[in-house]
Design a protein around this ligand. Structure first.
Ligand code: PBG
Length: 323
């Protein structure tokens, strides 16, 4: 047998037909979920830091979903923008059945029954302090009271027609409480996509600004979100959420946490989602606007890396760029 001292491995890459035949991962529009912000005003408000994102009116929301559906993007993750005067310490508006999110869910379901509706479940858009739950007089999270409110919020969204709920808070026991509440209300087939490994990240600020919490740049959520240096805590939390009844687990942010995605992929056969968060998208957009990188190529490379690491679904403000 002849022994080669080197291999001409480039034979596999010499033309585009071979390259595409041998490509190992694909990105299709149905892998992508677009996060959308909605308010009860009549106008749409541009969010210049985020690609193709606005705070939509209910009418504007419908035309944007029509445009997404035409591109093959069939899932939306909904966030409310609540006027500052309506926010309070107890997140009262979170339980308003006539609030912006229940209204939006009903409208989308009536007009686009094939669109998968995944509302965010957490209290931060509704609290004056910007935390995901309610606080005691010393400023500590009241874990179980917050979870109880989120379970009620989940039922309001499921009653309105949500397909899956996306709790993004990281409080203990929320997945189990939401599952029990859904089943008790007869919503046996409404699923839970649990933000299981959500890190305390510096990359959430453009999102907080979009919700009107720009004054809260230094908001400290480290008592519930995971410390970026940890991986075992993240994997442990994924197992806990799966045991509590999560149907899909989320890792967030995406780009800097692909090691966690790859490990989670080895650990569970359940679907995995990642969230390319506001700051990750803003960095690409601003670098592209400065002429430093090619936006399409950069976004494709990031999204296909998430698929390569093992993600089934990707939540991204860039959902509509490539298709
Ligand atoms: C909080 C929440 C956050 C995001 C979605 N839901 C951030 C936070 O913890 O303040 C971030 C999304 C993004 O940055 O795109 N429930």
């Amino acid at each position: 047998m002849q022994c080669f001292d080197f291999q001409r491995e480039r034979k596999l890459r010499v033309n585009s037909t071979l390259r595409s035949m041998l490509s190992e991962n694909v990105l299709r529009p149905e892998h992508l979920i677009k996060p959308l912000f909605i308010h009860l005003e009549n106008s749409c408000e541009l969010l210049p830091q985020l690609p193709n994102s606005m705070v939509f009116s209910l009418n504007g929301l419908l035309s944007h979903i029509e445009y997404l559906m035409k591109k093959g993007i069939r899932g939306v993750n909904l966030y409310p923008k609540i006027p500052t005067v309506e926010k309070d310490n107890l997140a009262t508006q979170a339980l308003n059945p006539e609030g912006v999110i229940p209204q939006a869910i009903k409208l989308i379901k009536a007009n686009f029954p094939e669109c998968l509706i995944l509302p965010d479940v957490a209290l931060d858009p509704y609290t004056s302090h910007g935390h995901d739950g309610i606080l005691d007089k010393n400023g500590n999270i009241l874990n179980d009271d917050s979870v109880e409110i989120m379970a009620k919020q989940s039922i309001i969204f499921a009653d309105a027609g949500a397909d899956m709920l996306a709790p993004s808070d990281m409080f203990d026991g929320r997945t189990r409480s939401i599952r029990l509440a859904l089943d008790a209300a007869g919503h046996h087939y409404v699923g839970i996509i649990a933000y299981a490994a959500k890190y305390a990240s510096a990359f959430y600020n453009p999102f907080r600004a979009a919700l009107g919490n720009s004054a809260l740049k230094k908001l400290d959520k480290r008592s519930y979100q995971i410390e970026p240096s940890s991986s075992r805590q993240a994997l442990d939390k994924i197992l806990i959420d799966l045991n509590e009844g999560a149907d899909i687990v989320m890792i967030k942010p995406a780009g800097h946490y692909l090691d966690i995605v790859a490990k989670a992929r080895q650990m569970t056969n359940k679907p995995i989602a990642v969230f390319q968060v506001s700051g990750e998208c803003a960095m690409i957009k601003i670098a592209a606007e400065a002429g430093l990188i090619d936006e399409h190529n950069a976004v494709y490379e990031q999204l296909i890396s998430m698929r390569r690491a093992g993600a089934d679904l990707i939540f991204t403000y860039y959902a509509d760029l490539l298709f």
